[in-house]
Ligand binder design. Structure first.
Ligand code: FES
Length: 149
């Protein structure tokens, strides 16, 4: 059986379907429903044993994991390796981070020592779950923040 539809019926059906599908995913304010809200990106970057040294660069994730111990309490921090000038990957040449693109230099805690960058390197949140360490790459935390382990 061949069903013949007029162009008007076809367009009207399409618009109705489009309206229903959009309405189902939003509430009355046009905002996403709770179950559809975007969750922060969380990347598993390794196990606790992978971060025993004071400095572990993870270029693939564009961060370095710093292990610090204060008052016998070890903790981990994640510093972004993306230069704040034009996002080139900086290199750690103790005790500074140097950008190969235009020569910006940052100190150990990310503060700009030499431009053209004017903003410090960013620090990222990390989380622990069991033995696994996760990076939240879209987060930004204060440089004093650390994950107690
Ligand atoms: S991108 Fe680092 S100094 Fe320009």
């Amino acid at each position: 059986m061949i069903l013949k539809l007029s162009r008007r019926t076809l367009i009207s059906s399409f618009l109705t379907l489009l309206f229903v599908s959009c309405k189902d995913s939003t509430n009355t304010n046009g905002r996403l429903n709770k179950q559809n809200d975007l969750k922060p990106i969380r990347l598993k970057i390794g196990k606790m044993a992978d971060f025993k040294s004071p400095y572990t660069p993870l270029s693939i994730y564009r961060v370095a994991i710093i292990r610090v111990t204060e008052n016998s309490q070890p903790s981990l921090k994640a510093i972004s390796l993306l230069c704040t000038h034009q996002t080139c990957l900086v290199n750690f040449k103790s005790p500074t981070y140097e950008c190969p693109c235009h020569g910006s230099i940052f100190d150990r805690d990310g503060t700009v020592l030499k431009g053209p960058a004017v903003k410090p390197l960013n620090w990222k949140k990390i989380e622990i779950e069991g033995d696994d360490i996760f990076l939240l790459p879209d987060s930004n935390v204060d440089k004093s923040w650390s994950l107690k382990i």
